[in-house]
Design a protein around this ligand. Structure first.
Ligand code: LER
Ligand code: MN
Length: 280
């Protein structure tokens, strides 16, 4: 399990890069410039970059391929959140046209990521229930969407990552283990779960224990401290979380989705220092 021949764990150190300047202040560490972002990530020793873009048609594929070749980095995942934040699309909207658009947006994001062997993440595009939409109805829509999109991801050779969020961002699934039970009921095995340590700090009784009990579905980790600053600037007890990830033999991404605090480069350096402290 998890320990490579160099004595390093097989987990991969990853850093988020947002190419959406209008969302400045959001929880991404590197910003705006693809070439600069890749150069800094490579120089600091990260393995991969998690991309946050406006959508699949971003016109960056040539530059992206150049950067991947030049730096040797990989793409950890692609975030779909802009579908909600910029376009108002969710999988549980009361309007069927919006739900249909949400599905096709995510399908295209899966295709975009698959070009780079990277999974897409469904976080805020899951939406929420309320008003005319009952919890039961929203969960059914989410379930149908994940079945369909999970199978689409499998056909494209990648997985799809579903992310439980804290109570201020959704009322569908806030707890990691509730989301695990939800995934148990899907017939597709194309969907895995994201353990975002910031959301979990708000919702879980014991982050490490939840990850251990729900290890069967773990597909991605968002690495952030209690206050969503880079790990080391908050008060989450990271040692037992790291220990659990090693014990369960997790071999996926440890991806820093955190505020660029106090600035991008300091945040990136703090993150890689914390990654080395806990995982090498
Ligand atoms: C996305 O990964 C996430 O964690 C959400 O909080 C974004 O709204
Ligand atoms: Mn997250």
């Amino acid at each position: 399990m998890g320990l490579g021949s160099q004595g390093c764990w097989f987990m991969k150190s990853c850093i988020t890069l947002s190419l959406v300047p209008s969302l400045k202040g959001g929880p991404w560490i590197l910003w705006d410039d693809l070439a600069d972002g890749f150069k800094n990530a490579a120089q600091m020793g990260f393995d991969m970059v998690e991309l946050f873009t406006e959508g699949p048609e971003t016109g960056i594929s040539n530059e992206l391929k150049n950067q991947l070749n030049e730096t040797g980095l990989g793409i950890a995942a692609v975030g779909t959140g802009a579908g909600k934040v910029l376009n108002g699309l969710t999988l549980t909207d009361k309007n069927p046209d919006i739900r249909t658009h949400a599905l096709s947006f995510i399908r295209e994001m899966i295709d975009f990521g698959a070009e780079y062997n990277a999974p897409a993440i469904i976080g805020s595009m899951q939406g929420a229930y309320g008003g005319e939409v009952s919890r039961e109805k929203a969960i059914t829509w989410l379930q149908q969407s994940l079945e369909e999109l999970g199978e689409h991801a499998i056909r494209q050779g990648v997985s799809l990552i579903y992310e439980p969020l804290n109570r201020y961002e959704t009322n569908l699934f806030n707890h990691y283990l509730d989301a695990c039970e939800f995934l148990d009921q899907l017939s597709t095995n194309g969907v895995s779960l994201l353990a975002d340590l910031f959301h979990m700090n708000i919702e879980e009784t014991d982050i490490a224990e939840s990850i251990k009990k729900g290890a069967r579905h773990l597909g991605h980790v968002h690495f952030a401290d209690s206050n969503r600053k880079p790990v080391g600037y908050g008060h989450t007890n990271m040692e037992p979380v790291a220990q659990t990830l090693k014990e369960i033999g997790y071999e996926g991404c440890i991806s820093a989705e955190a505020f660029a605090w106090p600035d991008s480069l300091t945040a990136a350096q703090k993150t890689i220092d914390s990654y080395k402290k806990y995982f090498t």
